[in-house]
Design a binder for this molecule. Structure first.
Ligand SMILES: Cc1cc2nc3c(=O)[nH]c(=O)nc-3n(C[C@H](O)[C@H](O)[C@H](O)COP(=O)(O)OP(=O)(O)OC[C@H]3O[C@@H](n4cnc5c(N)ncnc54)[C@H](O)[C@@H]3O)c2cc1C
Length: 494
């Protein structure tokens, strides 16, 4: 059954639906999400058997939405009146590949937290390991469900799994309903006035605000007490078990919705949100920014909840940064190969002449440039780096060491707790100047000036990179080489 049929091309995915009554949908799009009644009868009228001997539940397939607050999949499932069951699958084929230990540890913590939150509300969390599709089918069969609800994971690889899951579940008579959840306004609704996809962040942000002004999308509040199926609490595997060897966890933020909501609240209440616009680039100050990116990445915090808090506090700067995250998802939606190809194909002709030795020095934080080295060592030790230092370190790799931005992108994504395909690849292309805005290649950070300006007391560099090896290159010379290389390909007609 197709839940959404729009006039616009919503892709060939028939499962997509947009939840909530807050948006006005384009003509022809259904938004009542008719997901049936509570009796969960099978096609021939029989009641489905399940291990729990209760009204068959609706199963929520958790992906990158490890929370109970303001989840569109939960909103959709609640409409049935049936009890809700929750399942998460650790799949070595899809989840672990390319995901570093810091992020995996964060997910494990998030699941432990979710398990307690569900138990407090009378529910449970089913956790399985193995092939996602097989495990989903097994859980759906054990529970006797007719419907599985999930929030959409917008990454291309996740879409492949989703399609396979849909087919397999349909094979056992179970419908998979997937709803948009990762951004405040579904991508299809954000267009330029002439109906085309936005090409710049500012037109995107204006488009989002236009939609939200007419049709606000506040977070959903619902009570789950008495609505959940109490499933037994399995032991959640440790990161060591998942990766099969000892791991030293380094992340200095703890995963889980409880911590996400607490951080958002205290960061606002202690006045940091009010100072954000002024302080956000001060790299030595840990509370200058919200540190919520890992939570947003794993859906431990709702993007609507975060934007709502920013708007209510009147912080347009914080709100606009939250929308950068959504902009990059929009870009990925339109450029699924964002991590592989330059958005402007002319820049794919650049010859990356940087050496492996220079790349390795960069990864170890041994370039001799204070802010670059501090950022790279902080990354390895904690899985986190502030935005300003990320920009300086990334720019240095591409514009001073002439190493292909894709190598840096992979390194960051593997080691960041918040490593995110859209935000990371989008930011790397922005820094590399490979097509995400108008006059990009002139943007070359001077690492020494950046350090003076954004680490004025030297505290950041002193903490993470107190020793100063000799600089491995001279910035002014490398800058000129980069300008020449970019100019040569930019001169070609796109
Ligand atoms: C080279 C490079 C790579 C990056 N890789 C990632 C990544 O893999 N994952 C990731 O979430 N962010 C990435 N960013 C964006 C940004 O650096 C982080 O989101 C931010 O530093 C996280 O810290 P915070 O939560 O304290 O941010 P805050 O300043 O408190 O911002 C609040 C939220 O807004 C979003 N946000 C803020 N700035 C940006 C931005 N420039 N682009 C996209 N979203 C933003 C994040 O979700 C963040 O949590 C990257 C930036 C650069 C320059």
């Amino acid at each position: 059954m197709c839940s959404v049929e729009g006039k616009r091309d919503l892709g060939s995915c028939p499962r997509r639906a947009i939840v909530g009554n807050d948006y006005q949908f384009p003509e022809g799009v259904r938004h009542d999400l008719d997901i049936g009644d509570a009796t969960q009868e099978g096609a021939n009228g029989e009641r489905r058997a399940n291990l729990y001997n209760v009204t068959p539940p609706v199963l929520i397939w958790l992906r990158r939405d490890l929370r109970l607050d303001d989840s569109h999949a939960i909103v959709a499932a609640l409409k049935s009146g049936a009890p809700l069951a929750f399942a998460y699958v650790f799949d070595p084929a899809t989840k672990h590949r390319g995901v570093g230990h810091a992020q995996l540890g964060f997910v494990v913590e998030g699941l432990e937290d979710l398990q307690s939150r569900l138990a407090e509300r009378g529910g449970g969390l089913i956790v399985r390991r193995g092939d996602t599709v097989q495990q989903l089918v097994a859980v759906a069969t054990e529970l006797g469900v007719e419907r599985v609800c999930a929030n959409r994971d917008e990454e291309p690889a996740a879409d492949v799994v989703e399609r396979a899951a849909e087919v397999a579940l349909r094979g056992i008579g179970v419908e998979l309903l997937v709803v948009d959840d990762e951004v405040n306004v579904p991508h299809e609704l954000v267009l330029t006035k002439d109906g085309n996809p936005c090409r710049t962040y500012s037109s995107y942000a204006r488009g989002v605000r236009r939609v939200l002004a007419g049709l606000p999308a506040p977070p959903h509040d619902y009570d789950l007490q008495g609505r959940l199926l109490a499933t037994p609490a399995p032991e959640i595997p440790s990161v060591e078990t998942l990766v099969g060897r000892p791991v030293t966890l380094r992340s200095d933020v703890q995963g889980g919705e409880t911590h996400a909501l607490a951080r958002l609240r205290t960061w606002r209440d202690q006045g940091f949100l009010a100072r954000y616009a002024k302080d956000r680039d001060l790299v030595a100050e840990p509370d200058a920014t919200s540190r919520l990116s890992g939570y947003l990445r794993q859906g431990m915090l709702s993007p609507r909840r975060a934007l709502h808090v920013a708007d209510r506090a009147g912080s347009s700067k914080y709100a606009s940064e939250l929308l950068w995250r959504e902009w990059f998802k929009y870009v990925l939606h339109h450029h699924p190969d964002l991590a592989e190809r330059c958005i402007d194909p002319r820049y794919d002709q650049i010859e990356w002449v940087g050496t492996d030795a220079h790349f390795e020095a960069w990864t170890r934080g041994e370039t001799g440039f204070g802010m670059v080295d501090a950022a790279m060592r902080q990354l390895l030790e904690t899985g986190y780096v502030a935005n300003r230092a990320r920009m300086v370190a990334a720019s240095f790799l591409v514009k001073d060491l002439h190493v292909d931005w894709r190598r840096g992108e992979q390194w960051f994504r593997t080691h960041l707790t918040d490593g995110d395909l859209a935000s990371n690849a989008g930011s790397w292309q922005w820094v590399a100047g490979t097509g995400l805005d108008a006059a990009p290649y002139f943007r070359i950070f001077n690492p020494t000036l950046q350090e003076e300006r954004f680490d004025p007391t030297g505290a950041y560099v002193a903490r993470w990179a107190p020793d100063r090896p000799a600089p491995i290159v001279e910035h002014a010379i490398e800058r000129d080489k980069t300008l020449a290389a970019y100019k040569a390909v930019a001169a070609e007609k796109s």
